[in-house]
Design a protein around this ligand. Structure first.
Ligand code: FES
Ligand SMILES: [Fe+2]
Length: 339
């Protein structure tokens, strides 16, 4: 008889889960700023629940838990924006964008907690890049980092590009993000000519990736924003990617593609458009498969292996996972052991 076989490796898949992760903490894209006018409100599903998204009369965006702390009415069904507040339809209690109850129209004595703290859960929001962003933390803590300056979408005079897209994947945000460090799949799933070298560095919520020695340089700012610059043919084309966790098992990937505002007819403009076509997988005559077709087949069906068998050609998958764990601040030891 030879050595005993390792049964664990053969049977482990029976216990695997698709997405054993809580929703990670971070800044997340909610929607484009111009989709919500002053005084408007609507219901959105993000972070595994429904929220009421609204904009006050002065233009400030707000995002609140739907269920009124009074008697639980859903404020996104019949509620409205009143000045700087959101008003519940049931008894007209009003809340500001920070969740403080600002008016109970018939109360002579308000419950003491109303004066002490916010009683409605709301998410911190900022508007940047022409988008609304919300800070998600499972225990309602304040933002621990800021969104960066991105010249490609903030300096409107030097850059251009209106192409953008959204794709929904049936997996969690960590599995999608792991794709960035998994350089071996670029060759075998996407048909790249080789496996590019990769180097990664980590600094708090920021991860920097260099794929192919400057060919693709990416920076992730937490789980919800990734800026990737593709340097090719003497130009740089930029993909800004902002994935949303819809639930623990579903994510919406959103991307904008930008490049320097080169003059019409120049080779630089042609090259920029070509690189962006290639990123989207739309270029004619290209062998490479765009992410939207091939990655999704993998993501929508795979399970997560907490103890993967890795080899020397793989990218820094375990380093990436260690970095990503910081975004699960409320996870208990048993959950962390699974991820
Ligand atoms: S349930 Fe909202 S004001 Fe009463
Ligand atoms: Fe991929």
């Amino acid at each position: 008889m030879g050595d005993q076989i390792n049964l664990k490796v053969l049977l482990e898949s029976q216990t695997l889960e698709r997405c054993p992760f809580p929703i990670p903490t971070g800044w997340y894209f909610v929607d484009y700023a111009d989709t919500l006018k002053a005084g408007e409100m609507r219901n959105v599903t993000l972070f595994g629940q429904e929220w009421v998204l609204f904009r006050t009369e002065s233009g400030k965006p707000g995002m609140s838990d739907p269920y009124c702390p009074h008697l639980g009415a859903h404020m996104g069904h019949g509620g409205k924006v009143c000045g700087e507040h959101i008003r519940c339809p049931f008894h007209h209690w009003e809340y500001d964008t920070a969740g403080w109850c600002k008016n109970i129209p018939y109360a002579k004595v308000t419950p003491p907690i109303v004066k002490k703290q916010a009683i409605l859960r709301t998410l911190p929001m900022v508007e940047k890049y022409g988008m609304m962003w919300a800070w998600y933390h499972p225990l309602c803590e304040a933002p621990s980092f800021e969104l960066p300056y991105i010249p490609e979408i903030e300096d409107a005079t030097g850059y251009t590009g209106s192409r953008r897209g959204s794709w929904t994947a049936d997996t969690c945000i960590q599995e999608i993000a792991e794709n960035g460090v998994d350089v071996a799949h670029l060759k075998f799933l996407h048909g790249a000519p080789g496996i590019p070298p990769v180097s990664a560095s980590y600094d708090g919520p920021v991860m920097k990736l260099d794929i192919g020695q400057g060919y693709i340089v990416g920076t992730a700012y937490g789980p919800g924003l990734n800026v990737m610059r593709f340097n090719q043919h003497g130009i740089t084309a930029t993909m800004i990617s902002y994935t949303q966790p819809i639930s623990a098992e579903q994510s919406r990937m959103n991307m904008s593609f930008r490049h320097v505002d080169y003059a019409e007819g120049t080779p630089e403009l042609h090259a920029s458009k070509k690189v962006i076509d290639h990123m989207i997988g739309a270029a004619e005559g290209e062998e490479s498969a765009g992410f939207e077709s091939v990655d999704f087949i993998v993501w929508n069906n795979k399970k997560y292996r907490p103890n993967p068998l890795l080899c020397d050609g793989d990218g820094p998958v375990l380093q990436f996972r260690k970095w990503f764990k910081q975004f699960y601040p409320a996870a208990d030891a048993a959950t962390l052991a699974k991820i």
